[in-house]
Design a binder for this molecule. Structure first.
Ligand code: ZN
Length: 323
């Protein structure tokens, strides 16, 4: 623990109220002297997570998960202990003398792939503002997707297949884990790209819209399944929306990335998309973890009411509040 001295650690522990910290993640209910909540670490239907305010600890009586304020943040954010300490310090406004980048956070086992994908994102962002990206930019403007949204969502553009393939080969972006090549050719070309991230903000895949008006070209294509990306396990925009959802006590579930962008344009930041209509239990669990009311935004006429109803049915089975 050389990066955070014991004095700071103790001071943060003393100043942080575990109830305040956990309530930023979960909905708490007061019960006698303690608080209870639905446990986010197992499939909980009866509040079994207990918070002892005297001892400043939490404990789930079903799955056994427990610890102090740092342990909770570490577990729910899936981060290292020093990262959790820094996070709690930020939450309570404690000034750490230690520069935050002086500790080495745990390296994710797919970090190399994330870095490659981030490099590709940079490339698509560059192409969007280049001469090649003029039509793409025009399309985004027509849809009133402003520069702030373009920047925050790292929206980009990939030019024709020849250029796109050449770039991937030249930059060694050939790892199958990236899912950018199929049969030696670029999967995405002549398309606007929107990165898809995991719940912690790591880039995993892309959804891409064509600029072609031809009926033979699919409007949207997504990265096929890779070692790091399985579409049923990811909720689009979850990593950005989660804190807004908790703050505003609601989550808007839509169908596609463009629907999420439509909400963003209106300054509504708590919408997510399942990128398809078949909601999986993994996606449902992610939503459930937010512990807020889920508003289902009616999906397109194509899929119709049936898909919405199916989701509501699943949500009710999983005891998620929907409107
Ligand atoms: Zn539990």
């Amino acid at each position: 623990m050389s990066w955070i001295n014991d004095k700071d650690l103790e001071a943060i522990r003393k100043q942080a109220n575990i109830v305040d910290v956990i309530s930023q993640y979960l909905t708490l209910e007061k019960k006698n002297k303690s608080y209870v909540a639905l446990c986010p670490f197992h499939d909980d239907h009866n509040p079994s997570l207990n918070i002892n305010t005297d001892k400043q600890i939490f404990k789930c009586f079903t799955c056994g998960t427990g610890g102090d304020v740092f342990g909770f943040v570490q577990k729910i954010e899936n981060i290292s202990f020093p990262e959790a300490v820094v996070k709690v310090a930020q939450m309570i406004g404690y000034q750490l003398d230690t520069p935050q980048n002086s500790f080495a956070p745990k390296v994710h086992k797919h970090q190399e792939t994330f870095d490659l994908l981030q490099k590709y994102i940079k490339y698509t962002q560059y192409e969007l503002v280049s001469q090649d990206g003029v039509l793409a930019m025009e399309y985004l403007r027509k849809r009133h997707i402003n520069e702030d949204v373009i920047r925050r969502f790292e929206i980009g553009y990939v030019p024709n297949q020849k250029q796109a393939t050449q770039y991937l080969l030249a930059q060694n972006l050939t790892d199958p884990k990236c899912g950018l090549l199929a049969d030696g050719r670029a999967v995405f070309h002549d398309r606007i790209t929107i990165p898809i991230h995991d719940e912690n903000g790591h880039p995993l895949a892309f959804t891409a819209r064509t600029l072609s008006t031809s009926k033979d070209v699919p409007k949207y294509i997504n990265t096929a399944q890779t070692e790091i990306y399985e579409k049923g396990k990811v909720v689009f925009n979850y990593h950005r929306a989660k804190s807004f959802c908790r703050k505003n006590k609601r989550c808007i579930l839509t169908e596609g990335a463009m629907d999420v962008l439509a909400f963003e344009k209106a300054d509504i930041h708590e919408s997510v998309a399942c990128l398809g209509t078949a909601m999986t239990s993994t996606q449902l669990n992610l939503l459930k973890r937010l512990q807020v009311v889920i508003t289902v935004c009616p999906v397109g006429v194509r899929q119709g009411q049936a898909a919405t109803n199916k989701f509501i049915e699943m949500a009710v089975d999983n005891r998620i509040d929907t409107t």
